[in-house]
Design a protein around this ligand. Structure first.
Ligand code: GH3
Ligand code: MG
Ligand code: MG
Ligand code: MG
Length: 341
């Protein structure tokens, strides 16, 4: 930053025009230093929260989205800078917070204590303004590297748990969720619904229109299945053209209604791909979990219900129970294979 000669306005250098503005917490009990820091930082483009003791600083830091850059005075009432450093590092929050400690002390041992307590850097008062600015820039670089790392970690986590084609949960993730939901449900005496959903005669879509069109049909079908469920239910791709839905806290009636909604949302309007209008249907097998039994047994029961739905004509829902199976929505017209609208 420099002051432009003509207007005397503050001009920010390129790396100071960061967006969104970095929020900095200034905790300093000396009003002159506090005002100086606040003014300078605001001129450099930071959003500043200024407090005058350690207790207020801790209040700010306990909020859900605390500032990333912390300038903490060593000596202040409430909690001193060192104590705050310790508490912040104990919290081990993600994302990382960069701490610059301000101190009037200059003995070596004090600095070692500050860094050991978790500070990233320190400045001894009185400090040079240019040095303060350079050290804040270094801190901001660390924070932005950290954010990039978190973003790529989140992207990797998403890729590892989601199906690349349809964006729903991957097979591994949905099976893991099923196990977790069944455990959670049995602890709270709530039943969980499981639906095995399979596209009917899907091979014919590929054979007739090609795999790329088939892929689009899979994507659209997955979207429709997701939209037919509640936001707290889960959908995953169990296999090629087979999806698994988990309905939390779900009675047999809820399950049947949701499965019929899915059937209708896929079948009721054609899927438009590359100027083709494709009529697609699904068959669904479902079960409601009891407190007894394991995820594998429920999957096997949902699979046999699905088999029954296929065998009895497709485009329908069969809810399996410990025998016999109950057949719903079997009054549908012949399973629509693939037809031009
Ligand atoms: P059914 O009604 O008995 O389920 O008949 P179907 O043709 O749907 O079942 P089948 O198991 O014979 O064929 C499934 C087809 O799904 C075969 C396979 O090529 C196709 N498929 C699986 N995964 C994908 C995919 O990712 N993309 C595309 N385009 N096709 C896929
Ligand atoms: Mg002080
Ligand atoms: Mg199929
Ligand atoms: Mg199949």
């Amino acid at each position: 930053m420099h002051k432009s000669r003509e207007s005397d306005a503050i001009v920010l250098s390129e790396d100071e025009m960061f967006k969104p503005a970095e929020t900095a917490l200034v905790a300093e009990d000396d009003p002159i230093y506090r005002r100086l820091l606040q003014n300078r930082l605001e001129n450099w483009g930071y959003k500043v929260i200024a407090v005058n003791d350690g207790a207020e600083a801790w209040e700010v830091l306990r909020q859900p989205k605390p500032p990333g850059l912390l300038i903490l005075d060593w000596m202040m009432p409430g909690a001193d800078g060192i104590e705050l450093c310790r508490r912040i590092r104990q919290k081990q929050d993600d994302p990382y917070q960069y701490i610059l400690l301000l101190t009037g002390k200059d003995e070596k041992q004090d600095l070692i204590d500050g860094l050991n307590a978790g500070a990233d850097d320190y400045l001894t008062k009185p400090f040079d303004i240019g040095e303060l600015r350079a050290r804040l820039r270094a801190g901001r670089r660390i924070l932005s590297l950290q954010r990039e790392l978190i973003q790529s970690r989140e992207a990797l986590r998403f890729d590892a748990t989601h199906d690349a084609l349809t964006g729903v949960w991957s097979r591994g993730a949905i099976l893991h969720l099923l196990e977790a939901e069944i455990h959670r449900g049995s602890r709270s005496h709530a039943s969980t619904g499981v639906l095995m959903i399979d596209l009917d005669h899907f091979k014919k879509v590929n054979d007739t229109y090609g795999h790329l069109t088939g892929d689009e049909v899979l994507k659209e079908s997955a979207d429709r299945i997701g939209q037919a469920l509640r936001s707290y239910d889960f959908v995953g791709r169990y296999g090629g053209e087979e999806f698994l839905a988990i309905l939390t806290n779900c009675t047999l009636d809820d399950l049947r209604i949701a499965a019929e909604r899915i059937c209708a949302s896929v079948a009721d309007s054609p899927i438009e791909v590359n100027n083709e209008s494709l009529r697609v249907t699904v068959s669904i097998g479902g079960v409601v979990t009891s407190n007894r039994g394991r995820d594998r047994e429920f999957l096997a029961a949902a699979d046999s219900a699905l088999y029954e739905a296929k065998r009895s004509g497709r485009n329908r829902v069969v809810i399996g129970s410990c025998p016999p199976s109950l057949v719903f929505r079997d009054n549908f017209a012949e399973s629509a294979v693939v037809a031009h609208a």
